[in-house]
Design a protein around this ligand. Structure first.
Ligand SMILES: *Cc1c(COP(=O)(O)O)cnc(C)c1O
Length: 380
């Protein structure tokens, strides 16, 4: 095979060095970096493809379906999905899982109104647009959680229509959790029998389900579908996710496709065959207990970060059971350096697994340096 030309080899080397450098200042997005999948390296030489339904074997046998099923089984159990009536697959990420949940919900209730809070991830609005569904945005409380009074009032006006509700299990900016029990109480109050609750657990769904007392959103609490991102809490070099739905809902979707010799029940055609193996590797290596400890460590790190930020006079807080620390946004340059997303006056740092105390301290020192500079400049 041809080698890269010298100039291209240099270009590649520079890019690769830049990626490594930028990974050192990465505290603003909910992405774990502490993975090691080198054992799986030989698989990068194979064109794995899980096209079609993971439960139905395909003529395209160079796949990781059997591994994918074990990953789905792990989440089915984690989210207390009905054993005989659940189904799922490994997606390209939380956004696709949200699209799938909404798609299934629309097939079930074509005349429904979708309700979602203003703090909801942008993928939901886009997916609603793609699916051409009527929707209403609900106000938020100041901590980013849905305003249930607003939901109740708006729903009262639409009692004659089925309701599809997106419950955020950790909003993107403040990691607020919408309460599935509160939403169910409102549905009951409005006497809306035809309803569907999709939980967007992309950010926090996995670890909240692992903790004792933090899970009021799974199938046993009334969820009809749950989407998570695999590259966030678990960690993966390739974005991925998992969606779990009730099987009788999925049955409304798939068509048998002779060309692939399986059922086309997913959103995309070709599907990543490598990402299920990454997730499987992490789940097997850490186990449920290991993953739970990982969550507990992140929560402790977030507590530490709040205390330290407050101790240097930075206005910082976090929601209950959250690993996202919200604080007043520093300068644009600082946010760029540390890859901090901002919204209005707020920004956040996220204590994902792999964010060590040393990393938090380095971040804090840098922030103190920045505020010293700012004060000095203001005085000059
Ligand atoms: C990250 C995120 C998503 C989107 O997930 P992707 O894996 O990036 O597609 C959706 N909702 C929430 C709350 C998120 O944090």
């Amino acid at each position: 095979m041809n080698q890269l030309q010298a100039a291209d080899a240099i270009r590649l080397k520079q890019y690769m060095q830049k990626a490594v450098d930028r990974s050192k200042y990465f505290i603003g997005y909910p992405i774990s970096q502490d993975f090691d999948y080198r054992e799986l390296y030989p698989l990068l030489g194979l064109p794995l493809n899980n096209v079609g339904d993971p439960q139905v074997e395909s003529t395209y046998d160079l796949n990781s379906r059997s591994i994918e099923r074990e990953v789905v089984d792990f989440f089915t159990e984690l989210f207390n999905a009905p054993v005989k009536n659940s189904w799922g697959y490994v997606t390209n990420g939380g956004s696709e899982g949200n699209l799938y949940g909404l798609y299934v919900a629309r097939e079930l209730y074509p005349n429904a109104v979708v309700y979602y809070s203003e703090a909801t991830h942008y993928s939901v609005q886009k997916n609603i647009h793609l699916l051409n569904m009527p929707s209403i945005v609900i106000r938020c409380q100041s901590n980013g959680e849905m305003d249930y009074e607003d939901l109740n009032q708006v729903m009262q006006l639409h009692r004659h229509q089925p309701a599809i509700i997106i419950a955020n299990i950790g909003t993107t900016m403040m990691e607020a959790k919408d309460s599935v029990p509160a939403i169910k109480a409102i549905l009951h109050n409005c006497a809306i029998k035809n309803h569907y609750i999709h939980c967007d657990g992309a950010l926090a769904g996995t670890y909240l389900a692992l903790l004792d007392d933090a899970n009021d959103f799974d199938f046993s609490h009334g969820a009809d579908s749950i989407a998570i991102s695999g590259h966030k809490f678990i960690g993966s070099p390739i974005p991925c996710g998992v969606v779990i739905v009730k099987k009788n809902y999925r049955d409304r979707i798939g068509k048998t496709i002779p060309y692939i010799g399986t059922i086309d029940t997913t959103i995309t055609g070709s599907r990543n065959g490598h990402s299920p193996v990454f997730l499987w590797h992490a789940i097997k290596r850490m186990g449920r207990e290991g993953l739970k400890q990982r969550a507990i460590n992140s929560l402790a790190m977030a507590e530490y970060a709040v205390q330290q930020l407050n101790s240097i006079g930075c206005n910082a807080w976090k929601n209950e059971n959250a690993i996202t620390v919200v604080f007043s946004a520093p300068s644009k340059e600082f946010c760029q350096k540390w890859q901090l997303a901002t919204e209005g006056d707020w920004t956040h740092m996220i204590c994902m697994p792999g964010i060590t105390k040393e990393k938090v301290d380095e971040f804090l020192n840098d922030l103190m340096e920045e505020s010293r500079l700012k004060t000095a400049m203001a005085e000059a």
